[in-house]
Design a protein around this ligand. Structure first.
Ligand SMILES: CC(C)(COP(=O)(O)OP(=O)(O)OC[C@H]1O[C@@H](n2cnc3c(N)ncnc32)[C@H](O)[C@@H]1OP(=O)(O)O)[C@@H](O)C(=O)NCCC(=O)NCCS
Length: 162
């Protein structure tokens, strides 16, 4: 049974009320602005790869509102040998709805879609604060910690999905 169809209540949102779907990139801008990149001053929340044909964007819907977002890009990380890799970027949940299962719902949907594309590895540059979230989804991390300007410390996290 797909994750979002499990019928039980957890932290005030029923999983049955959460659904992750492919969305247009523009629908990610509000959460990108509010949660991820409040330092941006020019109102440009687009990423250069948003419209690449291989890129897809997911949104978790709750009562017809998008409460969590993530962007999936075909991109190889130099530390991993396998050919078929995707990178997760700009993953965030609306502050009001964090720790209620919306990010997990989105992540599990992405794994379903990436498996269909026969992708072998998903990786991301994870903010240190978000590492426990990715660990809860079975991602591993490389040891190195690095700084990204305006955002802070990060680790590379990855999951083999085949
Ligand atoms: C990190 C983030 C995307 C997680 O999304 P979310 O919708 O809040 O996460 P979920 O509710 O689906 O959590 C799934 C699991 O991760 C755990 N988790 C999520 N965030 C966590 C945190 N900061 N610390 C510890 N555990 C966390 C949850 O407790 C849950 O665990 P469980 O399944 O064992 O109960 C969200 O908190 C967020 O937007 N943070 C700010 C922006 C950010 O850091 N984005 C990541 C950029 S790399």
């Amino acid at each position: 049974m797909p994750f979002h169809q499990e019928v039980f209540t957890w932290k005030k949102i029923k999983y049955v009320d959460l659904e992750a779907k492919i969305i247009e990139s523009e629908l990610t801008y509000l959460i990108r602005k509010n949660v991820l990149w409040p330092h941006i001053k020019d109102n440009n929340y687009a990423l250069p790869i948003d419209k690449n044909p291989e890129t897809f964007h997911l949104g978790t819907f709750y009562k017809q509102q998008i409460i969590s977002i993530g962007t999936f890009i075909k991109e190889k990380h130099p530390n991993f040998d396998c050919e078929k890799q995707y990178r997760l970027r700009a993953m965030a949940t609306d502050k009001k709805y964090q720790i209620k299962g919306a990010g997990k719902c989105l992540f599990l949907k992405s794994i379903e879609l990436l498996k269909n594309k026969e992708i072998e590895l998903l990786w991301c540059d994870a903010r240190i604060k978000a590492v426990p979230f990715y660990e809860s989804l079975n991602m591993n991390s490389l040891d190195k910690v690095y700084n990204i300007v305006n955002i802070g410390l990060h680790k590379t996290m990855y999951l083999y999905i085949t």
